[in-house]
Design a binder for this molecule. Structure first.
Ligand code: 3HC
Ligand code: NAI
Length: 695
């Protein structure tokens, strides 16, 4: 424990070296080590100045998030920061890596800040539903004023060292040998007899009180509509920094921090943070990934082009294959457009575009894909078409190449079985738009080799995606839950709600769009084709809502045709009496007397449907752990991050309540509303989904 912080001595300089891998988070041992080391340095008359630096990857990346929600243990971080700032001997913070949150607050408490040019500093607490709670809201605006401080804290975005220097957050930036440079600075301070320079006494950013108040007022207005309390409380704290003496400002900040850290939104955001990192821990991660330099993408449609573009941007050589000249030209054009748009938005340099383009080749003959290390098929969602493509790839690819399918619903085991190398076949399910959405479902078939899975995981990392492991089932994790969600949305409409009401209820819950708005955006054709395909095998005893079929029969395919569940004035969705009449006719045909639903009941039913399907997915071993299901929904479907995901939501709702709700809803569709088989044992043992996340 004691070694979390070492006290070293360089002549008259005491160096506190923080050494607590992986990110030097400010857990109890580090806080205690800093406090003890500081006390020892202050007690030693031979010490004239103090340097705080860190070993390993980074200066502390923040408070230890895993300690939030548990009883606080002395010494508190704000107290440690105050003691550093109160040091009668000058203190220098030497920053490398990412000095974030509490880590940067430690640096702000030092009297001088020196950083490596590659370092970043930031206050990302808002992304965890909280605010800087160790003086950050009080010290930052003292240095750089309200406008920039608010921007840093409300966006949560880290600031590169050069910019931080220009802003006045840092005093010096060096290219290398940070420990040496920090020592030299400390020795210079000693030589100059420099007095400590506490940030609390500085007013650099507060000289123009009118501008300060204006920035606060503007931010307050901008955050007025934000449903999350964090940003609003940050504005309050920054205002308090101007209006209150420092110690009272700190007290104000502490009160706001404690209120936020205990909020359900912060718990949801913390869950999202750890769940994202946990998802990468799949059993196959221990296998070495197969080397991949050349990716083949078959199918240059919406998905294929996005996947190819993402792979090019990540540095892979890419071959795009299409069936004919026109298809290939369209696919390459799509990629070129994505590049152009990235250049126009300043996300890619023109030189980068050229270099990426030079690594792209377009082909129409599968034999030309022979050199690929990984092939991803993104052709039509049709078993026979995909099977043909996979057979073709099997025939030309070298041994050891990975064959991936981007299928949304088809059986990956059956697809693997058409090849002579099912161990090399894996599902890599991207989400649209493929270069934007962070989720990648890695679908592991019964024959898939562990190192083929590890290859998918390595690809995800290189593309900056969050990979989640899924077993094989219809729709895998994400689309299977989506199907349940849509099904209940349609039950609700047929039973008396309007599409607009259902959408409104889900937007109020926090979804960016409601289920019908999403359907209209994605287009109704593909699902319709699928329903027609499945019609012959549909169980007539199961409740089936045919409204979407009627819409398609009327040529209402969604936004692209100007009408779907809504009518469109440009992009604006307008409720359409024609749709309401179609719904009314369906109800009448089935003898349904419409009833009214409160918005809260609508969102609860839809959430219960998602959580119950998630539980079933877990019971079948399709998902490794509940938090993986949450990650799928958060990164692939726009689920509100502060709600943590459907399984985290279900923990808050209660497992017994979940089961009771499913049973209460049974009359709506007895075949659908069946409690997941694992709920009883969970209720009996008092287990929550969170208890099943470890590992
Ligand atoms: N507390 C606890 N654990 C943390 C942590 C933190 N602040 N930051 C990272 N970790 C853990 C991760 O969970 C992960 O653990 P694992 O290996 O067991 O999965 C490990 O450290 C490595 O993290 P990453 O996988 O994220 O590593 P990267 O190199 O990709 O990213 C990072 C490093 C940019 C520092 C990133 O981890 C990050 O953004 N961390 C959180 C930063 C943050 O939000 N800080 C503010 C905390 S709140 C605070 O300080 C309150 C204060 O104001 C009082
Ligand atoms: P799309 O219709 O836009 O593109 C398919 C492309 O494949 C077409 O350009 C077509 O010419 C080409 N193609 C067909 N047969 C081919 C062959 N034998 N050889 C070479 N090229 C061939 O379809 P989209 O939307 O890109 O979907 C592709 C796959 O991705 C499907 O399996 C789909 O289920 C899946 N998917 C789609 C998502 C979406 O939102 N559209 C999301 C996630 C997965």
């Amino acid at each position: 424990m004691a070694e979390a912080v070492r006290l070293e001595r360089e002549d008259e300089v005491a160096v506190l070296v923080i050494d607590s891998p992986p990110v030097n988070a400010l857990g109890l041992a580090v806080r205690a080590g800093l406090a003890d080391g500081l006390a020892a340095a202050l007690a030693d008359d031979g010490v004239k100045a103090i340097v705080i630096r860190a070993e390993g990857r980074t200066f502390p990346a923040g408070a230890d998030i895993s300690e939030f929600g548990k009883p606080p243990q002395d010494p508190w971080l704000p107290e440690v920061c105050n003691r550093i700032e109160a040091s009668p001997k000058p203190v220098v913070a030497a920053v490398h890596g990412t000095a974030l949150g509490g880590g940067f607050e430690v640096a702000l408490s030092a009297h001088w800040r020196i950083a490596l040019a590659s370092a970043k500093v930031g206050l990302p607490e808002v992304t965890l539903g909280i605010l800087p709670g160790a003086g950050g809201t009080q010290r930052t605006p003292r240095l750089i004023g309200a406008e920039q401080a608010l921007d840093m804290m409300i966006s949560g975005k880290p600031v590169p060292a050069a910019k931080a220097l220009a802003m006045g957050l840092l005093d010096e930036v060096v290219d290398d040998d940070l420990p040496g440079a920090a020592l030299r600075l400390a020795r210079r301070l000693i030589a100059e007899g420099a007095a400590p320079r506490p940030t609390r006494d500085r007013r650099d950013g507060m000289r123009d009180a009118v501008a300060y108040e204006q920035a606060v007022a503007a931010a307050r207005k901008a955050q007025g509509a934000n449903r999350l309390p964090g940003p609003r409380r940050i504005v309050d704290c920054v205002e308090a920094a101007l209006l209150l003496p420092f110690d009272q400002g700190l007290h104000f900040e502490r009160t706001a921090f404690q209120e936020l850290v205990a909020s359900p939104e912060a718990a949801g955001l913390r869950h999202a943070f750890f769940s994202e990192r946990r998802a990468a821990k799949m059993p196959e991660a221990a296998s070495p990934a197969r080397p991949v330099a050349h990716v083949a993408v078959v199918g240059g449609g919406l998905m294929g082009a996005g996947i190819a573009y993402a792979c090019l941007s990540a540095g892979y050589n890419v071959s795009l294959m299409e069936r004919d000249r026109e298809g290939l030209a369209r696919g390459l054009e799509r990629i070129a457009k994505l590049q152009e748009s990235a250049v126009a938005k300043g996300r890619m340099s023109a030189a980068q575009r050229e270099a990426d383009w030079a690594r792209l080749s377009g082909v129409m003959d599968m034999a030309q894909l022979a050199g690929a290390d990984l092939a991803i098929e993104a052709v039509f969602e049709d078993f026979d078409v995909k099977a043909d493509v996979l057979r073709g790839l099997d025939a030309v690819l070298k041994p050891g190449a990975v064959l991936a399918t981007n299928t949304s619903y088809l059986d990956v085991d059956a697809l693997a079985a058409v090849t002579a190398r099912p161990a090399d076949v894996v599902g890599l399910h991207f989400f649209s738009p493929a270069h934007v959405m962070r989720l990648l479902e890695i679908v592991v078939g019964k024959a898939t080799a562990p190192d083929a899975v590890a290859t998918g995981l390595a690809l995800a990392k290189k593309l900056g995606k969050v990979a989640v492991r899924s077993g094989v089932c219809d729709g895998f994790i994400g689309n299977r839950i989506l199907t349940a969600y849509r099904q209940v949305a349609e039950f609700l409409v047929e039973d008396g709600a309007t599409p607009a009401q259902v959408d409104r209820a889900m937007r109020a819950f926090g979804m960016p769009l409601g289920p019908f708005e999403v359907s209209d955006m994605a287009g109704l054709q593909i699902a319709w084709a699928r329903r027609k395909r499945l019609a012959a095998t549909r169980d007539p005893a199961k409740r089936y809502v045919a409204v979407a079929d009627r819409l398609c029969e009327a040529g209402r395919f969604g936004q692209s045709t100007g009408k779907g569940w809504y009518r469109y004035d440009g992009r604006k969705a307008v409720e359409d009496p024609e749709v309401l009449a179609i719904i009314e006719a369906e109800r009448a045909a089935k003898g349904i007397t419409p009833r009214s639903f409160a918005d809260a009941e609508i969102s609860t039913r839809l959430m219960v449907a998602m959580a119950n399907e998630g539980a079933r997915i877990l019971a079948e071993g399709i998902a490794l752990r509940p938090s993986d299901i949450d990650v799928v929904k958060l990164f692939g479907y726009g689920f509100p991050r502060w709600e943590g995901g459907p399984m985290h939501w279900a923990d808050g709702f209660g497992i017994l309540q979940l089961k009771n709700a499913v049973q209460d809803y049974a009359e709506q569709a007895p075949d659908f509303w069946q409690p997941a088989p694992n709920l009883d044992a969970m209720i009996l043992n008092g287990t929550r989904f969170a208890d099943l996340n470890e590992g």
